[in-house]
Design a protein around this ligand. Structure first.
Ligand code: SAM
Length: 262
């Protein structure tokens, strides 16, 4: 073990006390914790936390600054050029502390899966969100400025992007990822069968939805939806989902695995 290995995060072995493969804890390491206040306490995420389905913790990276007085965590980029870079040391300290706190709750064998939100990562897709919802513990690391010191990547398991564009920081991507993943955790969405029908779940888009009144400003709801004939409704919805996919996202049809009967 070298001196650097004191920052080792992922040395624990996945144990038996986390047998249930479902997300239980999500930590976020950020320079802007206040940005998470609304999104993490309102709506679906807020309810999931209140009901104890998931524990979400937001950590301020500045708490692990090497500079106790000014709490700086960034410095200039070696080689010159504009912009600052987040230093490796605060990241390493933060991840170590988060892990130490998390294992107290989840057990010694718990192993966090560390995701760095980055425009250079694999673009998030629904299929990946499903796999992430089966990991008991996620840690989301938000970058800022020019990003993080490359050496901090040793403590990152995966880089994930939310799309081919550049945002100011990893906070909005972390919120997007958290929302996408947490809603797939069993018990979070009240009617889980609604998830099965959603866009991207089965390599196609959702079908159109209508609600009351049956006639609105002269426009009628498709008659089949009022017929009470469940088989016909199902058939209509499948055909509408296929039509929407062909028209709006034909690329999904190319990527779609062998069709399964729904
Ligand atoms: N210099 C970096 C580059 O060009 O790859 C961009 C840095 S960006 C201004 C600052 C931070 O925002 C990144 O470290 C990352 O955490 C986050 N970020 C920006 N765009 C993102 C995206 N599309 N997906 C996920 N995170 C993103």
């Amino acid at each position: 073990m070298t001196d650097d290995s004191s920052c080792e995060l992922s040395s624990v072995i996945t144990g038996t006390n986390l047998q249930r493969k479902v997300l239980k804890r999500l930590d976020v390491v950020t320079l802007f914790p206040a940005m998470f206040e609304g999104p993490m306490s309102e709506s679906l995420l807020g309810r999931a936390r209140q009901r104890g389905i998931i524990e979400i913790r937001i950590h301020n990276l500045r708490d692990w600054s090497a500079d106790d007085r000014r709490h700086t965590v960034d410095d200039r980029s070696y080689g010159g050029g504009p912009g600052m870079v987040i230093q490796a040391e605060p990241i390493c300290r933060a991840l170590k502390a988060v892990r130490a706190e998390g294992v107290k709750r989840l057990g010694r064998s718990a192993k966090p899966y560390v995701i760095y939100l980055s425009p250079q990562g694999r673009v998030l897709r629904q299929s990946q969100a499903k796999s992430l919802a089966k990991r008991p513990w996620l840690v989301l690391l938000c970058g800022h400025y020019e990003g993080i010191d490359q050496r901090a990547m040793d403590w990152v398991d995966e880089e994930i992007s939310i799309g081919d564009y550049v945002l100011t920081g990893g906070e909005l991507p972390a919120m997007v990822l958290a929302d996408t993943v947490v809603r797939l955790v069993p018990g979070v969405v009240k009617e889980p069968e609604s998830l099965e029908e959603e866009s991207f779940q089965d390599g196609r888009l959702d079908f159109p939805h209508y609600t009351r009144p049956a006639v609105w400003r002269g426009r009628k709801v498709p008659a089949v939806l009022l017929s009470g004939d469940h088989a016909s409704i199902r058939k209509w919805r499948l055909s509408q989902a296929a039509k929407a996919t062909r028209e709006k996202r034909p690329d999904l049809l190319k990527d779609r695995p062998a069709r399964r009967q729904r």
